[in-house]
Design a protein around this ligand. Structure first.
Ligand SMILES: *[C@@H]1O[C@H](CO)[C@@H](O)[C@H](O)[C@H]1NC(C)=O
Ligand SMILES: *[C@@H]1O[C@H](CO)[C@@H](O)[C@H](O)[C@H]1NC(C)=O
Ligand SMILES: *[C@@H]1O[C@H](CO)[C@@H](O)[C@H](O)[C@H]1NC(C)=O
Ligand SMILES: *[C@@H]1O[C@H](CO)[C@@H](O)[C@H](O)[C@H]1NC(C)=O
Ligand SMILES: *[C@@H]1O[C@H](CO)[C@@H](O)[C@H](O)[C@H]1NC(C)=O
Ligand SMILES: *[C@@H]1O[C@H](CO)[C@@H](O)[C@H](O)[C@H]1NC(C)=O
Length: 938
């Protein structure tokens, strides 16, 4: 009898060949988008990490004797093997790749820990857009490719079973007659059976623990006998069977006596003809491509698989529209992923979005992008180009095309198969106003007033399957809940809706909003902060939006305190820095909360009106760690819970402490983290003199000196001659990359721009505007959105003081006046290695008191303070503190005054105060946690 299903398989195989040749691009968005990301973004920016489990080919988290790649390949066969094609048209379980394996682990046919660990990994990638069945198929692709095997064509669209399938996985003891029948039931003839067995058994081996009558315990390394002699996907399984030496425990050895030599029985079923053919590597590979593709495409006839998945040439990622306070503008941000496998990133000079507004009119000004990062898979590489622009709500956007300009001037336009990439502004999630706090998920949406259908929020959670019949599954179920959202303010042409829902965990939880045919869905609850920002009816009085943002998900730093129309500025007035030590504790950096729990769970204390770092330290006495979050929340603990890590952007901890405007107290989902100094051993936070570093403006690096904080140009880059973005950006790296340009500017944490002159419109800005921390150094400032921390080669801080710039540098032109121009200082800050500085015994009426430490739980001198990181001198501090009994200069640019030294401030080694004053390199201006201190003599 001819199995009806084989016809379908043949058709599918033909499509595969056609499709990989024709390589039609999918139209975005497509149902395979999530699968495509997991399949191709193996490592790098926005990567999904699926490949890492099988890379290298020998990888296993479970130690010697395990090989994840072999386990993934075997899971594919075991899930498929319960197929019964004879049931296909009878409305009975057909099986195939349907993830029924998750319910079959205790049925006696799926022996070994590998199936459970495989499914536990897949469970993490599983969501409403990516079924476990597709992950099982993708695991076959990934395991083969990671082990240097061929590309197995991959399609998406499988459907997960909700219960176990029938029995039927071939077992070693079955015998050739039963094997032939079992494979026929799956839709495979004898040749197919042999090929599938050989292609499956080129990876992995037999565990003595699971099959003592196949591999005798103690006879193989780690009690794991490989089928052939290599871990890779190669044809040694065939050559060693035919030509020897055969070490396959399912072919020779003790398995023979008990009739469990199943590989021998299968391989010799056609008198070795198929195995003989497979001794030719090319034949082996082509037979394996064909049979493994058929294996993963064995699905019920009710399932329609997609075309073979090819990577998009151009694919949007993380697109988001966000309504801004006042309702006149929307921020449009995201990344454009460009495949760089053939045309490399180096051959691309720009990627731009050409867009159509919501009324259907083309907008002439393109949206520019900057490189955000690169990623790669097994066979492809990608570059991501980031953008963030503010668009008027009246015209907004409806679709875009992507224009790639090559370095040779050629252009390519990607129009998403004709219609452009669609983007709808009718119903949007407002992530800055949405949050998760103690399990309460609050979602805010902005909905065009023209939309009159009810607005819903949907939350999809991963719920562990309950123990029960026949066995608990390692794969959770997805449970969706839909709620009505409540209408609130009207802001511009939008109505604001909100809804809250209690969730068990942010891990794996997705949410979205919808109304009628409009929706904005598939958002990760784990990306939300712990507090919801406000969206005001009127516009903030000043905005400093970045021309180009490289971060599409950022934690809101705006206070939620009120919905009043007078916005509260969240940026500190003076440049404040992280405080290196608080009593016995030292600063560890800006940390995230943990996965599904708080980072610190020992104790907590709240004071939203008066919290200071000192208060939290006092409350947490006895604990190893404490951290302050969202301004007023203090948490203590003896260990950091899993998932709490240094935030990618150290500048996230941007909330000023309500009780001390010179201290930072974390932010939403961000903790200002401290650890007992006696336990802290991070060498990176300790300078060579033993003093702890603080976040600061780097005064000089290499031949470059700090020049000031500058805005971007107007329609032009401030410093546009060269661009070196980096996730490990530091001032030192930036000036090195920019050499020999006259100016180097760090922007938005990770961007580094160079130029010999400033673009039109760039103007000096307050130093405090440049408040973002460098991606590569948590102690350095690297500009901000639309703000550059600018450095000048061989220059000085005295603006317009052309005399101090070497006459030989002919390329110097149009140097804008520096913000430090009012300073009396004329000489550049020298590198700390420069000699000549001495301890000044007296400054006016003040005499040198010593190099003092900070006090316990308080500043040594806390009655007044002044900051000038570019031109501080001892004279300047003496003048600022005139009248106080004491003053001291710390960390180069910080001046503190007081009438007494607070308790705990002790005399330190003179040489600790080793920072040269930025305004006078012949004077010392303290160091981290060290004050060059002077006292009033009359
Ligand atoms: C799978 O492994 C997990 C973690 O080791 C364990 O808790 C669970 O009981 C296992 N499930 C099965 C069905 O073996
Ligand atoms: C098994 O099927 C394959 C392809 O469907 C075919 O090429 C092969 O000749 C068949 N073998 C037998 C023994 O029928
Ligand atoms: C098939 O190969 C095996 C292993 O090399 C050998 O023992 C057996 O005799 C061969 N069978 C035939 C029919 O050639
Ligand atoms: C969600 O929206 C749909 C249509 O807009 C509506 O029928 C439904 O009642 C709404 N609410 C819930 C809780 O599903
Ligand atoms: C909050 O802090 C302020 C100032 O630091 C303090 O006066 C007040 O007592 C604190 N409140 C509580 C509840 O501890
Ligand atoms: C900066 O100074 C260095 C060392 O003195 C010199 O080699 C270099 O040419 C100078 N560059 C400029 C732009 O003046």
């Amino acid at each position: 009898m001819k199995p009806p299903y084989s016809t379908i398989l043949t058709v599918l195989t033909w499509i595969a060949v056609f499709s990989s040749d024709g390589a039609a691009q999918p139209t975005w968005p497509s149902s395979i988008d999530e699968l495509e990301d997991v399949m191709f973004l193996g490592s790098g920016y926005r990567s999904r990490g699926f490949h890492s489990f099988v890379t290298p080919c020998s990888a296993s988290p479970d130690g010697p004797g395990r090989q994840t790649a072999a386990e993934w390949l075997r899971a594919g066969f075991h899930d498929m093997a319960t197929t019964d094609i004879y049931y296909a048209n009878k409305g009975i379980v057909h099986g195939g790749i349907d993830a029924s394996l998750a319910f079959e682990l205790n049925d006696g046919e799926d022996i070994g820990a590998g199936f459970n660990s495989t499914l536990l990994v897949y469970a993490n990638f599983f969501n409403s857009r990516l079924p476990v069945a597709d992950l099982i198929a993708l695991g076959v692709y990934a395991s083969v490719r990671a082990c240097s095997g061929p590309v197995i064509p991959m399609r998406g669209g499988r459907i997960d079973a909700t219960a176990a399938g029938p029995l039927g996985v071939p077992q070693p003891q079955n015998g050739i007659g039963q094997f032939t029948n079992q494979f026929a039931r799956m839709g495979f003839n004898v040749t197919d059976m042999i090929a599938m067995t050989a292609c499956g058994h080129t990876l992995g081996g037999v565990h003595a623990e699971d099959f003592t009558n196949i591999v005798a315990p103690g006879t193989a390394p780690n009690d794991f006998q490989l089928f052939d002699d290599t871990l890779e996907f190669d044809n040694n399984i065939a050559t060693r069977y035919i030509n020897g030496p055969d070490t396959d425990a399912l072919s020779i050895g003790i398995s023979t006596a008990s009739g469990r030599n199943s590989d021998f029985q299968v391989f010799s079923a056609d008198n070795n003809a198929t195995l003989q053919a497979m001794t030719v590597p090319a034949v082996f590979n082509s037979m394996c491509i064909s049979i493994l593709q058929r294996m993963i495409e064995t699905v019920p006839p009710t399932v329609t698989l997609s075309a073979v998945i090819e990577p998009y040439e151009v694919k949007p990622a993380g697109l988001q529209l966000t309504l801004l306070s006042g309702g006149t503008q929307l921020t449009f941000s995201g990344d454009i992923r460009v495949r760089t496998t053939v045309r490399s990133a180096a051959q691309i000079s720009s990627v731009q979005l050409l867009y159509t507004d919501r009324n259907g009119a083309s907008v002439s000004t393109p949206i520019d992008t900057v490189v955000a990062g690169t990623a790669s898979g097994f066979d492809d590489s990608f570059s991501f180009y980031s953008f963030s622009v503010d668009l008027p709500v009246t015209t907004s956007i409806s679709s875009f095309t992507v224009l790639i300009t090559g370095t040779d001037g050629t252009t390519e336009t990607y129009d998403n198969n004709g219609g452009g990439f669609p983007i709808s502004d009718s119903v949007i999630v407002q992530t800055p106003q949405s949050c998760v706090n103690n399990g309460d998920l609050t979602v805010v949406a902005a909905v065009r007033s023209s939309v009159t259908t009810p607005v819903n929020m949907t939350v999809t959670e991963k719920v562990p399957r309950k123990a029960g019949s026949p066995t608990p599954s390692p794969v959770p179920s997805l449970v969706s809940t839909t709620l009505d959202m409540v209408q609130g303010d009207t802001i511009g042409p939008y109505n604001i809706y909100s809804a809250s829902y209690s969730i068990a965990s942010v891990a794996g939880t997705k949410y979205g909003v919808a109304s009628g045919s409009f929706s904005d869905t598939f958002k990760d609850a784990s990306d939300l902060g712990t507090t919801c920002g406000s969206l005001n009816v009127s516009e903030p009085s000043s905005t400093s939006s970045s021309i180009v943002s490289t971060s599409s998900t950022s934690v809101s730093s705006s206070p939620i305190v009120s919905t009043s129309s007078t916005p509260v500025s969240s940026s500190p007035i003076v440049p404040i820095s992280s405080t290196p030590t608080i009593g016995a504790y030292s600063f560890q950096g800006c940390y995230t909360e943990a996965d599904s729990t708080r980072a610190l769970t020992g104790a907590s204390f709240f004071n939203y009106t008066g919290m200071t770092l000192e208060q939290c330290a006092t409350e947490c006495v006895g604990f190893s760690y404490w951290g302050v979050e969202y301004g007023g929340e203090c948490y203590c603990g003896n260990s950091l819970n899993t998932g709490s890590v240094l935030a990618t952007n150290q500048g996230d901890c941007s909330f000023v402490c309500p009780g001390n405007s010179y201290e930072y107290c974390g932010a939403g989902n961000r903790l200002e983290m401290y650890l007992l100094s006696s336990l802290a051993s991070s060498p990176s936070s300790i300078s060579s003199t033993g003093t702890t570093q603080t976040l600061h403006i780097v005064p000089s690096a290499g031949l470059y000196n700090y020049y000031g904080c500058y805005t971007e140009g107007d329609g032009d880059r401030a410093l546009g001659a060269a661009f070196y973005p980096s996730d490990t950006n530091t001032i030192e790296d930036c000036v090195a990359a920019c050499s020999p340009y006259l100016y180097a500017g760090a922007e938005y944490g990770r961007e580094c721009w160079c130029g010999n002159s400033f673009g039109a419109g760039s103007a000096p800005a307050p130093d405090s505007d440049c408040s973002m921390v460098c991606t590569g150094n948590q102690y350095e400032y690297c500009g901000a959105g639309n703000r550059l921390s600018v450095y000048i080669m061989n220059g000085t801080f005295a603006g317009g003081s052309a005399g101090s710039i070497p006459a030989s540098s002919s390329q110097i032109s149009s140097i804008p006046s520096s913000p430090g121009s009012s300073s009396t200082a004329t000489s550049a800050t020298a590198a700390a290695t420069q000699t000549g500085a001495t301890i000044k015994p007296s400054i006016g009426k003040y005499a040198y008191y010593g190099c003092q430490t900070e006090a316990t739980n308080i500043r040594a001198l806390n009655e007044a303070s002044y900051y000038n990181y570019t031109s501080m001198t001892l004279e300047m501090c003496a003048s600022d503190c005139g009248g106080y009994a004491y003053w001291g200069v710390e960390y180069g640019g910080e001046c503190y005054c007081g009438n007494s030294l607070n308790a705990g401030s002790t005399n330190a080694t003179e040489s600790d105060c080793s920072f040269l004053c930025p305004g006078d390199d012949l004077e010392y201006c303290g160091a981290g946690n060290r004050l060059s201190t002077y006292y009033l003599t009359e």
